[in-house]
Design a binder for this molecule. Structure first.
Ligand code: BGC
Length: 261
């Protein structure tokens, strides 16, 4: 089934039509900058613009960089505070006329990686961390997602971890790869101590340059780079929408098992 995937991030909004069963992109990916300020009105305008640019009339699967419960945005670390309490599903459906589903961006990327990428057939505790404007997390136990984990916000040395270790911190503070790698090491070690995952998957745009920073990270669990790179969010968003259509609200956040062959 074809679904329009829309991946809303702190810096960019990306869209592409996705074959939700194979994970393949059916169109070129389009990207527009996230409006600043990223109010519900401005972001909805950008989403509508993307939908129109694909002349899309079918279902869409959206991701959003916040805790999402039943379509409601519950936090706003890297988007305008006025999102808190907003029913994003209703907003996007009203504006575009397309049935919508919405889940956390890192959860979406994790779902795509678990089915088609680096986490395929991986049992046990798998933790995907996305390094971007913020740090997103997606935690799986035997392929089941524990949604909305927000592990980018653990406190380390008195700081919100993502404020020092996200990819945006490297750029903002003009850190060398080594300086940033050492911060990431502190972060990954703290997470490993708390959760003892069997596998870490590292995602986000910067994972393209993993050779520059992974060597500074010393953890026990194997660490692999996400395979779907910048497409993971789009694809996972579309997969969640597909699962919602096929299996109802309970399936939306647990699509991995729908794909078991
Ligand atoms: C947000 C998460 C999001 C992550 C990556 C964090 O600041 O709190 O919900 O998944 O950034 O975008």
């Amino acid at each position: 089934m074809d679904i329009l995937g829309i991946d809303i991030g702190g810096s960019g909004i990306k869209g592409a039509v996705v074959d939700a069963e194979s994970g393949e992109l059916k169109t070129k990916r389009q990207r527009i900058p996230t409006p600043d300020p990223s109010t519900p009105r401005a972001v909805t305008g950008a989403v509508t613009h993307l939908v129109d640019s694909f002349s899309w009339v079918g279902p869409m699967g959206c991701t959003f960089p916040a805790v999402i419960r039943n379509g409601i945005v519950c936090t706003a670390a890297n988007v305008d505070d006025s999102w808190i309490g907003t029913d994003a599903t209703a907003l996007f459906e009203r504006a575009t006329g397309c049935p919508a589903s919405i889940i956390n961006d890192a959860d979406a990327a994790g779902i795509a990686e678990m089915v088609f990428g680096a986490g395929r057939d991986q049992p046990g505790v798998v933790l995907m961390l996305t390094l971007g404007t913020g740090i997103g997390s997606a935690l799986f136990v035997d392929g089941h997602l524990a949604p909305n984990t927000e592990l980018g916000h653990i406190e380390i040395d008195g700081h919100d971890a993502e404020s020092r270790a996200a990819s945006s911190a490297r750029k903002r503070e003009e850190l060398s790869w080594e300086q940033w790698g050492l911060r990431l090491n502190r972060y990954f070690q703290a997470i490993e101590f708390l959760l003892s995952p069997d596998l870490f998957i590292v995602g986000g745009g910067v994972s393209k340059k993993s050779e520059k920073f992974l060597r500074h990270i010393d953890v026990r669990a194997p660490m692999v780079v996400a395979q779907m790179r910048n497409h993971a969010g789009l694809i996972g968003g579309a997969m969640a929408a597909h699962a919602l259509i096929q299996g109802g609200a309970e399936a939306e956040l647990d699509p991995v098992h729908l794909f078991e062959r």
